[in-house]
Design a protein around this ligand. Structure first.
Ligand SMILES: [Zn+2]
Length: 350
């Protein structure tokens, strides 16, 4: 991998088709490039992890991070390139593909009030930094760019259904709690589909040897968030326990707490790379995929954020309620004092 002048590019890959197995759920793996030259010390993966910084602002103002959502641009030739590669009887329309891209991205924002994804295709052209760019993390396309390319144009995608790379700086990112956290700061990601590959749309009619588009894209977005393949790196796999298929609780203030290396991997994790016959795809995140997300982007659910959801009483209702309670209190106390005064007067008259 190139490493010049303090910048690095890391590339993650996805193989061409899926093999879905039932099995226990065990853990997540962070991107394997980030070992700090200590490949045998897997615990430091948690300190070296890359992530997007929680800074306000839009890529349209040249601010890169979680502010305004992770902003993505779809290459102008994406649809005409990829539609002929769908092998379904009824290939999707460009409109359906654009909606599916948003849907695939949104899987990673499930029940998360900060991590979300915003299209900026109308304002910003998708762009891959040219070879030799001095600062490839700055000013090239959106935060996440999506392309379809031939292996001749983009050799990294050869032999894969899609290929994701991201760029990062060595600065510590700002975490979800507003403080710097250990690790690298991701500034740009490119997801490239292979125009020599084939795809299918309908989960009910999988096509052997081809990729389920939405499942593949969900997987690639996981790479763009800095997750890697648990099945390729079981020795680097983290979990909080060895109970299959359960939710992985992540302490939002101390995300590494309770995490330990567990070499058994989740066969159903969308972050696995898979080789085998095409099976019915499952375009969703497993509890362990979500565990990885919640480790990188730990969210503390606060009372204020729950009230801001709009399901609770609004401020005027609360004010009215307080007013009623106050008047009740005043009149209640007045009534009690009045009764005591009457009793005193009665006693005096006796
Ligand atoms: Zn992959």
């Amino acid at each position: 991998m190139p490493n010049q002048g303090g910048w690095k590019r890391w590339i993650s890959v996805m193989v061409c088709w899926w093999l879905l197995l039932s099995g226990p759920a065990f853990g997540f793996v962070t991107d394997n490039a980030l070992t700090n030259n200590t490949p045998n010390n897997f615990a430091d993966d948690l300190q070296d992890a890359a992530r997007w910084s929680n800074v306000p602002g839009s890529v349209l103002s040249n601010v890169r991070g979680l502010g305004e959502g992770l902003e993505y641009a779809i290459a102008s030739d994406f649809c005409p390139q990829i539609i002929p590669l769908f092998q379904d009887r009824q290939p999707p329309t460009c409109n359906q593909i654009e909606k599916e891209i948003q849907s695939a991205l949104d899987h990673w924002g499930e029940n998360h009030t900060v991590l979300h994804f915003t299209p900026v295709t109308a304002s910003l052209a998708a762009q891959i930094p040219p070879d030799g760019a001095r600062e490839p993390w700055r000013g090239f396309g959106a935060e996440i760019d999506l392309f379809v390319r031939s292996p001749e144009d983009y050799p990294l995608v050869a032999n894969f259904g899609a290929y994701t790379s991201f760029w990062f700086t060595n600065e510590n990112p700002i975490g979800l709690q507003g403080q710097p956290v250990p690790g690298k700061t991701i500034t740009s990601a490119d997801i490239v589909f292979n125009n020599r590959s084939c795809y299918f749309w309908d989960t009910q009619a999988p096509i052997a040897g081809c990729n389920h588009f939405e499942s593949l894209l969900i997987h690639e977005v996981g790479h763009a968030l800095a997750l890697d393949h648990p099945n390729e790196f079981p020795q680097r796999n983290f979990d909080t326990d060895q109970i299959p298929g359960n939710v992985m609780p992540i302490d939002c203030q101390q995300p590494t707490k309770a995490l330990k290396l567990v070499s058994k991997i989740d066969a159903a994790a969308i972050m696995n790379s898979s080789l085998g016959e095409a099976a019915k795809p499952l375009p969703q995140l497993s509890p362990d995929d979500l565990g990885g997300r919640n480790f990188l982007y730990p969210l503390c659910q606060t009372v204020s954020s729950i009230n801001l959801s709009g399901t609770g009483p609004n401020p005027w209702q609360l004010f009215g309620l307080l007013l009623v309670i106050s008047f009740s209190g005043v009149f209640g106390i007045a009534a009690i004092l009045q009764r005591l005064e009457k009793q005193r007067r009665k006693q005096r008259r006796k």
